[in-house]
Unconditional design. Structure first.
Length: 198
């Protein structure tokens, strides 16, 4: 038997010396980091879980932006911004011409100028064309744009959907999270209105 001194923390502590999980939060104990957030000062209020959600939104949003740009490049159309890719797919949706206001509404983009600029770039790339339905100016996908969307779908299924399926994420869970995100977008929009009116 070794006579070496016991390692620190190797003795069995008494129950009164054992901190509970709540008291370990924020203590620096690597076994219990507490809430995973990017701004701890915002998580000190009554609902730290919202800060966790916001951190998830931040990193997922940036990851999604990188994904759509690189997937579009893999499909043979490099150089498009995340918004341009989203506008292209929105225009292609259900193969119907879309008004600028409708595109902004669906994508929840407040600044119409950014979407208008994206449309101009897509027109220049030959992926969409502008026209009119009655007196209204509309945008629709060209054959090249439709082919680009189809190629993007192939890349998405091969590189993303297979990985998500292999990770064991259930379709019902994705549906639930999607519904929650739509609900939260409404909460943030209402809070933004309140802040603007204050």
């Amino acid at each position: 038997m070794s006579n070496a001194p016991p390692l620190p923390g190797s003795q069995n502590p008494s129950p009164q010396d054992t901190p509970d999980a709540e008291s370990r939060i924020g203590s620096g104990n690597p076994a219990s980091f507490g809430h995973i957030v990017s701004s701890s000062h915002l998580a000190e209020g009554i609902l730290p879980e919202l800060s966790e959600l916001e951190f998830g939104l931040i990193i997922a949003g940036h990851a999604f932006d990188r994904w759509v740009v690189r997937a579009m490049a893999a499909a043979g159309y490099p150089g498009l911004s995340p918004l341009e890719v989203l506008v292209l797919h929105s225009v292609r949706h259900r193969t119907r011409p879309k008004r600028l206001a409708d595109i902004c509404l669906v994508l929840n983009v407040e600044d119409t100028h950014t979407v208008n600029y994206a449309i101009r770039k897509l027109v220049k790339a030959g992926l969409v064309r502008e026209g009119r339905v009655g007196k209204e100016k509309c945008v629709e996908a060209t054959e090249t744009g439709a082919a680009a969307c189809a190629r993007y779908k192939d890349v998405r299924e091969a590189m993303l959907l297979d990985a998500v399926t292999a990770a064991g994420i259930a379709p019902a869970e994705l549906h639930r999270v999607a519904a929650l995100l739509r609900l939260m977008s409404g909460q943030y929009d209402q809070a933004a209105r309140a802040a603007a009116a204050s």
